[in-house]
Design a protein around this ligand. Structure first.
Ligand SMILES: [Mg+2]
Length: 349
């Protein structure tokens, strides 16, 4: 017997909710988007996708690509309620649940047979559909990454299990970008070596992998070969401290945003002081008026708990976010890469 993980993800969540609650939308290309001038598509229905409408695409472009697009405003309150229903179903399994977003989670199915693991996932899909009338796709595999790739691959309304021993063959033809941690920059570097699929990456000799990935090469090769032993983590250990502010009215004025960052930096510095720790990573979180969320972070040369240094780093992140006066609904600052002890003493050495 092996240990299995299932990944669940509601199909086109926001759009599916809109169609469910307004049957006149059925079969039509639907996009969920805010109403601001800079609104972006949050979710596109499967009918909109053949037109090239994708999430994160500016709404005006989506309208050009698909003139019949029906645009529906997001209803976050409703999404949160449905999410609670779905997670209650997950929690009732008594298994570890690692939520990734409102409509997405890993469940550790534990030691069992492959058939039993797939049957359990199928049962959960049915339960969610009965409770919410939404379809959820699921992937089942020995590790988290493959379970997630499997559920992405079988969307919508699918279930795909990758049996033990089949992992490498399943991954081999997929583009390298599907691997966790391989971003666009690395994809470009890999393409120089003629590598575009996961299978090609898995077959690279050790020396070349070291050259490309440094000390990380071993993990990359494991992932590319389908070896992934990371456990489902129900509640991630708090390795960061954050504070955030949701505004009653969207804020466009940068001076106000800076003032909020200053207050947050002071608050975080005090918390770090109390806990006698220091942070080397400073990040900000921005939720725009159209509900899209964006984050920026920066790493300092050495850990700090100085309010001014935290503030300067946060300002740097804000400038890099290039908001250009877009309305901001929420602004937060986060410190991470925490180290214990007094940062002044460590910097002496
Ligand atoms: Mg989803």
């Amino acid at each position: 017997m092996n240990s299995y993980v299932a990944h669940f993800d509601v199909d086109a969540f926001y759009a599916s909710v809109a169609v469910r609650d307004d049957p006149s939308l059925r079969g039509k290309p639907v996009a969920i988007a805010g109403s601001s001038r800079r609104a972006v598509v949050l979710t596109a229905s499967y009918e909109a996708r053949p037109f090239g409408v994708r999430s994160a695409m500016p709404l005006y472009k989506a309208r050009v690509a698909c003139p019949d697009l029906v645009v529906v405003r997001p209803q976050m309150q409703k999404y949160r309620e449905i999410s609670r229903e779905i997670f209650a179903i997950f929690e009732r399994t008594g298994r570890p649940v690692e939520g990734l977003s409102l409509d997405e989670a890993f469940i550790g199915l534990g030691e069992t047979t492959f058939e039993a693991a797939c049957a359990r996932a199928a049962e959960l899909r049915r339960e969610i559909f009965d409770a919410t009338h939404l379809t959820v796709s699921a992937g089942v595999a020995g590790g988290k990454m493959i379970a997630k790739i499997a559920s992405d691959t079988c969307k919508p309304d699918g279930l795909l299990g990758i049996a033990p021993g089949d992992e490498a063959a399943f991954l081999a033809p997929l583009p390298v970008g599907r691997l966790w941690g391989i971003g666009p920059k690395m994809q470009t570097r890999l393409s120089v070596y003629g590598i575009s699929t996961i299978g090609e990456l898995a077959a690279l000799e050790e020396e070349r992998l070291r050259e490309l990935f440094g000390s990380w090469w071993h993990d990359v090769r494991d992932l590319a070969r389908g070896v992934d032993r990371r456990p489902v983590e129900p509640e991630r250990e708090t390795k960061s401290i954050s504070t955030e502010e949701t505004f009653e009215y969207d804020v466009r004025d940068e001076r106000r945003l800076l003032e909020i960052l200053r207050v947050q930096a002071r608050e975080l510095a005090e918390t770090l002081e109390r806990e006698r720790s220091a942070a080397q990573t400073i990040g900000i979180k921005i939720k725009r008026g159209d509900f899209t969320v964006l984050g920026r972070q920066t790493h300092l040369a050495e850990p700090t708990r100085d309010a001014r240094r935290i503030f300067r780093a946060a300002v740097y992140c804000l400038r890099r976010a290039a908001l250009d006066g877009a309305p901001v609904r929420l602004l937060g600052t986060r410190v991470a890469s925490l180290v214990d002890g007094d940062p002044l003493q460590t910097s002496l050495f």
